[in-house]
Design a protein. Structure first.
Length: 436
């Protein structure tokens, strides 16, 4: 929008420019409603927006993390289930280490225009469900990032930033600190079900007086933010290093390998699918009733750690020729749980909402849900979330095992004295595949 104003103004004299700008409402750097939110997150607000992806360009299964100073970019892709293209725009909000909007102004963390249009889009090809696929590469010639830290990408329609279509998190780090570590088995009665992360942060590149207090450490498991450990305290401090390990330890339930769903093809019924039929205007995919795994032994199974990958086995360009299916999930349960049950993973933006909530059918004694999904490979789990809990509990349905393969993400933040934002000074991913 701002670029259009600049172009318009160049065509007229300076007097008209001043008059025109005075008639405009106050410039929005970003949505005030989002600014007032306690914590910002990955969330879809529009009923027509589906399949939001944000990843490092060239690696669709990667986390949206960039290192400052490198020439890498992030790719955003999403679908709008509509016949014709809409006018989508985007902006950014800088957040602190806990994903609360901080006090920085857009000019403090952005170079270029604070609001821009998404110009790269293409209509679906030969699909039963029509949609428009949108794509954006950031940073780009319109906007670049000045500082490290947590960012929210806000996408909205018709220049109305007060009504976001969706928001997505990403991070930029400086690799100032060096992080090493490994995943081990815990001790004590929970040894069969938990995993412990031991790691060291070498902060020699930072002028710290009280490292344990000045560095803020967050640990995530796979793509989840709801059960992240925040403000993790070290067990040792000295010689330019913080050590995180015994006796307290950084401990997570191991959980279980994610369930797999393969809907790349309408002709081939992959394991777990009862049938695929076409009931105009949609393809319907009926899944086998899910089994509770909480009391079952651990079984090795390759997964994507909760992610999804869009693909049409008979297509050439999945972004536009992969169709949408209605997928029917059922989870037998003699009695309802004491919390709401959700289908959980990247397919739900690692969130809990109406789209992925299951409803209990008292006559059939089962939970049921229908989710519209684009063709591809999906990972998911079943989670129980009580109203007073911030995180869903996957162990009640899926079980928990120390052998489970998980990816742990360590994030180290630092706020210099007098600064108004949290710098992200280190990022490290450690896998539990070699846990002993």
């Amino acid at each position: 929008m701002i670029r259009q104003i600049y172009y318009f103004c160049n065509m007229f004299n300076r007097t008209f420019l001043i008059f025109f700008l005075l008639c405009l409402p106050a410039t929005r750097a970003h949505s005030q409603s989002l600014r007032e939110a306690k914590i910002l997150e990955d969330r879809i607000y529009s009923e027509t927006v589906h399949t939001v992806e944000l990843y490092r360009t060239g690696w669709r299964l990667s986390d949206p993390v960039l290192q400052k100073g490198e020439a890498n970019t992030l790719t955003l892709g999403f679908d709008d289930l509509a016949d014709e293209p809409e006018n989508y725009s985007y902006t950014f909000i800088h957040c602190d280490a806990t994903w609360k909007p901080d006090d920085l102004l857009p000019g403090d963390y952005l170079d270029g225009y604070t609001e821009n249009d998404i110009r790269d889009y293409e209509s679906s090809i030969n699909t039963t469900v029509p949609f428009v696929h949108y794509k954006l590469i950031i940073p780009n010639e319109d906007v670049r990032f000045r500082v490290t830290g947590n960012y929210i990408l806000e996408v909205y329609k018709d220049n109305d930033a007060d009504r976001p279509a969706f928001t997505a998190r990403f991070m930029i780090h400086s690799a100032t600190v060096h992080i090493t570590g490994k995943v081990v088995r815990t001790t004590g009665p929970d040894r069969p079900r938990n995993q412990q992360l031991n790691f060291t942060v070498d902060y020699g590149g930072l002028p710290l007086r009280s490292p344990a207090d000045e560095l803020y450490v967050v640990v995530r498991q796979n793509g989840r933010w709801d059960n992240a450990l925040k403000g993790v305290r070290p067990s040792e401090n000295g010689n330019g290093r913080l050590v995180f390990g015994t006796p307290a330890g950084v401990i997570f339930p191991g959980g279980n390998e994610y369930r797999n769903l393969d809907i790349k093809s309408v002709r081939y019924q992959s394991p777990g699918i009862v049938k695929i039929d076409y009931n105009p205007p949609y393809y319907n995919v009926i899944l086998e009733p899910a089994k509770l795994r909480s009391l079952q032994p651990y079984l090795t199974q390759e997964d994507l750690n909760g992610r999804f990958y869009i693909e049409n086995s008979r297509g050439s360009t999945a972004d536009t020729d992969a169709d949408y299916f209605n997928v029917f999930f059922t989870l037998p349960a003699s009695f309802p749980f004491d919390g709401r049950v959700y289908i959980f993973g990247a397919l739900s933006q690692w969130n809990y909402g109406k789209r992925n909530q299951m409803i209990y059918n008292e006559k059939q004694h089962q939970y049921e849900a229908t989710i519209m999904l684009k063709q591809g490979m999906y990972n998911y789990l079943y989670a129980v979330k009580t109203p007073d809990a911030t995180a869903g509990d996957i162990t009640r349905i899926e079980g928990s095992h120390w052998e489970t393969e998980n990816a742990y993400h360590i994030l180290v933040y630092y706020r210099e004295p007098g600064e108004r934002y949290d710098r992200l000074v280190g990022v490290k991913t450690i896998n539990s595949i070699e846990v002993k």
